[in-house]
Design a protein around this ligand. Structure first.
Ligand code: CBF
Length: 834
């Protein structure tokens, strides 16, 4: 077992008992000192926000020795490091997580109480670092937690966006986006490292020259140079002394002013150049999956990847390790194609700057990189227009052409005469305007390629990357996603955590398969009743939150049926709505209908430019407005939309769910991770055979999973044959009536225009087969209602869900990456300093 317990003395053993001691008195002193010396606040005037910053700084002090010791240990022991390159890290608040991982929760509660403060209020003051859009960014954060907890040497590399994902407000039912000023009051967790900075070129042209030995070399003469500065955040493992680093890059102008311009009086042009440089890390692109061919996005990707690779080379130099051994010391994982320009950048650095020859550089690059694909949606596979790419990264385009030339020779040698295949596999797409295909670059430049759930990997191998799989089957593997039980159970669900600790002991926190032992308690009525009481309290907690946010009152005795995730057609929030409206119509026609009372809860952000997704939000709110105000139905149905779904409120939502909605069109959701967080907290799933739902069902058993809908094969077949949504409409009078009701303006004060695009999308093309799955979904929901009417049966199923979720721990996933892709060994870190 690699998870070594934290020493009881920890950093205190260094002799700094007062400064970083773990007991409440020392922590209290630390808070008081920071309030005075770091924040400069009179205790009498200090608000909870001041106390939050003082406590955060005091906690960071207590991480500091572990953090430094961890870095030293990796350096001294010359160990291989996993470098996780990701344009997004959706971290969520740090404070509670760090207190949990350091075992400091009670000390902090006590220290604050002695100062007349309440820990929960203080925790709520932390602004959320929302440096990600959804699943992909949150996965990266879960993986950092597991890497540290399992004592793997690792660094996360990303972008320090000044504005993270927008804050969502709901006004008149519509989504309004507000900038997220998460750095406004400073960030007590990060440490700026101005001495760790790199120059990153942009634009311009290349030229050849002869070096001292007379060898032909290429030089990149950029149009602009931007500087990347490191900001480090500690990532403390749970119950260990390992504290890894998340290094985020912030862009700055190389010089504050162009003095030349300044001297000639063009002050504003000089300032503008500075602002242009700093724009690179200003804001996170708020799109979940669809790729966007924006120049700034390419600049962001190249900027952070270049800084990260230059950083790896600098550390190698510091350790005195020759660059030829790069791949022995680094496993570089590409979190989707966003960092895939790294393949060309490492080649450039090795060839142009370190003067390695092509073959040597290429062998190192392929050995170092691994590529994780996170989506099959064709519109999400990143490509860059060739002219744009040439203008921004001229040297990289030359390198990509050369990689492509050599690669296509290999394809031709293996499949002689198959020029169609050559065109399909080329790094340059020639259909229409020429493009650089980033998924192809990532695949060619990586020794390992993986999907994120069994079905997704299978589809990847047989569709999007089928040619690559045929060429290099040995490169492909599946790594089903996972989530951290520390944040999503221990922190989010303290009631259940206490029950688990009491019943099983605490090893489930680092070995989630230990939850299997819960099965022995399923037949104990007292245990089941305690389980229900915990769920009820969690539902109460969520109902209170929803009431304060939306004014909608929900009864915790009702079935809580929840769908929270990005709003997207393929995720089919509108299918959920069609079911709600079917119940609504049935109840209106027959008020005595025996259906169990249900609260339908939604949450999620739509990309600001995604017209239909924004209309889905409006429709959810419109339906909520009508149903919640209608006394004929509101004793059986209620609908609520939780604004601004984020990591913080997710921690309230998952533990309160009875039913988890995972209803995407089969074949479209790569994995999903919300499905795992719900399962962990004992929700039952209604879902299609999509993404990780397939594996969730395998674990929990068919009888404990509400399955409906077309399979991925059936979806593909129907679409090949020419799917006609009208056919499904004709055979379902109830479905037609529901759509007519939406189209009639019934939920929009008679305005028949507002939802027309949504209705027409379904009746005319229905690209995600909502209508085809409607009847099966409604029938499946009837099975849900019948199971819910037997609380003992439901509770047994809920306990089984938690008991069998061990596979979905991010610890399992990270061990698979470490063993099968990275060749990485854990390194025990001890904060004892002799
Ligand atoms: O693998 C993590 C998640 O990534 C996405 O969110 C993505 O952005 N491509 C997928 O949509 C999810 O299915 C997946 O769980």
């Amino acid at each position: 077992k690699t998870n070594t317990p934290t020493t009881s003395q920890g950093a205190a053993a260094v002799g700094a008992t007062v400064r970083v001691g773990l007991d409440p008195a020392a922590l209290q002193q630390g808070i008081v000192d920071h309030l005075r010396y770091s924040i400069g606040q009179l205790p009498a005037l200090a608000t909870p926000a001041h106390y939050y910053r003082a406590l955060a700084l005091a906690v960071r002090d207590r991480l500091q020795d572990r953090w430094i010791r961890t870095t030293e240990t990796y350096f001294e022991q010359e160990r291989k490091l996993a470098c996780y390159l990701s344009a997004e890290f959706l971290l969520g608040p740090h404070l509670a997580n760090n207190l949990l991982n350091l075992g400091l929760e009670e000390a902090a509660r006590g220290a604050l109480a002695a100062l007349g403060q309440d820990l929960d209020t203080i925790i709520d003051c932390e602004p959320e670092p929302g440096l990600g859009n959804g699943g992909l960014g949150r996965l990266a954060a879960c993986y950092l937690d597991s890497l540290a907890t399992l004592a793997y040497p690792a660094v996360g590399y990303g972008i320090r966006y000044e504005f993270g994902i927008f804050a969502q407000q709901i006004r008149d039912g519509w989504q309004i986006e507000r900038t997220d000023k998460w750095l406004h009051a400073g960030n007590p967790w990060e440490i700026a490292k101005p001495d760790i900075c790199y120059e990153v070129n942009w634009g311009g042209h290349t030229e050849t020259y002869a070096d001292e030995a007379g060898l032909q070399r290429v030089r990149w003469v950029p149009f602009r140079v931007v500087k990347g500065l490191a900001y480090d955040t500690p990532i403390q493992g749970f119950g260990v002394d390992t504290c890894n680093t998340l290094r985020l890059w912030s862009a700055e102008a190389v010089e504050s002013f162009d003095f030349q311009a300044f001297n000639t009086g063009d002050y504003f042009e000089a300032v503008e150049a500075k602002l242009r440089s700093e724009t690179v890390t200003k804001v996170l692109y708020p799109n979940d999956e669809p790729a966007i061919g924006k120049r700034l996005r390419l600049a962001q990707q190249y900027f952070f990847v270049s800084c990260s690779l230059q950083d790896m080379l600098r550390i190698l130099d510091l350790a005195g390790v020759p660059v030829e051994r790069f791949a022995e010391r680094y496993a570089v994982q590409l979190n989707d194609t966003h960092p895939s320009i790294g393949v060309a950048e490492l080649m450039r650095l090795l060839i142009d700057e370190r003067h390695l020859d092509w073959d040597q550089a290429w062998a190192i690059t392929v050995a170092a990189f691994g590529y994780t694909n996170h989506t099959l949606l064709p519109e999400a596979l990143e490509t860059w227009s060739l002219p744009l790419f040439r203008e921004c990264l001229p040297r990289h385009l030359e390198i990509i052409f050369e990689i492509n030339r050599r690669f296509l020779d290999q394809v031709r040698a293996r499949f002689p005469g198959d020029e169609a295949r050559v065109a399909r596999m080329s790094l340059i797409g020639e259909v229409g305007d020429k493009q650089v295909r980033m998924a192809h670059l990532a695949s060619v430049g990586s020794h390992a390629i993986n999907g994120v759930a069994a079905l997704h990997t299978d589809l990847l191998e047989n569709s999007v990357l089928a040619d690559f799989h045929e060429l290099w089957p040995e490169r492909f593997s599946n790594k089903t996603n996972g989530v951290t039980p520390r944040r999503f159970l221990a922190l989010a669900n303290p009631g259940l955590r206490a029950l688990l600790d009491r019943t099983l002991g605490t090893d489930w926190l680092v070995d989630l398969t230990a939850l299997r032992r819960l099965e022995a308690h399923i037949e104990d009525p007292a245990f089941r009743s305690e389980w229900r009481a915990i769920k009820h309290a969690n539902k109460r907690r969520l109902a209170d939150y929803i009431a304060t946010q939306t004014g909608v009152e929900l009864d915790p005795n009702w079935l809580f049926d929840i769908q929270v995730k990005r709003i997207h057609e393929y995720k089919r929030q509108h299918l959920n709505l069609l079911h709600i409206l079917t119940l609504y119509r049935r109840l209106k026609a027959d008020p005595g209908l025996g259906i169990p009372p249900r609260a339908f809860i939604f949450g999620g952000k739509a990309a600001p430019g995604y017209f239909l997704a924004k209309r889905i939000i409006k429709l959810i709110n419109a339906v909520a407005g009508t149903i919640n105000a209608d006394p004929e139905v509101n004793e059986r149905l209620k609908v609520a939309f939780v604004p601004n779904f984020n990591v913080r409120n997710a921690e309230l939502i998952y533990p309160a769910a009875d039913l988890s909605e995972q209803i995407s069109t089969a074949g479209k959701e790569a994995s999903g991770t919300g499905n795992m967080k719900f399962m962990l907290n004992g929700a039952l799933t209604i879902g299609t055979l999509d993404g990780a739902n397939v594996e969730i069902r395998e674990q929990v058993g068919d009888e404990n999973f509400f399955l409906f809908g077309l399979t991925a094969d059936e979806v593909a077949r129907l679409q090949r044959q020419g799917y006609r949504s009208a056919d499904w409409l004709d055979s379902h009078a109830e479905l037609r009536a529901v759509l007519d009701m939406i189209g009639s303006g019934h939920f929009a004060s008679g305005d028949s225009e507002v939802f027309r695009p949504l209705v027409e999308n379904l009746t005319d093309s229905d690209p995600f087969l909502v209508l085809a799955d409607y009847a099966a979904y409604v029938a499946c929901q009837e099975r849900v209602a019948s199971a819910w009417s037997d609380p003992e049966r439901w509770t047994r199923m809920a306990i089984l869900n938690t008991a069998r979720c061990g596979r979905f721990s991010s610890d399992r996933a990270i061990r698979e990456y470490a063993d099968e892709i990275w060749g990485l060994q854990p390194v025990a870190v001890s904060a004892h300093i002799a």
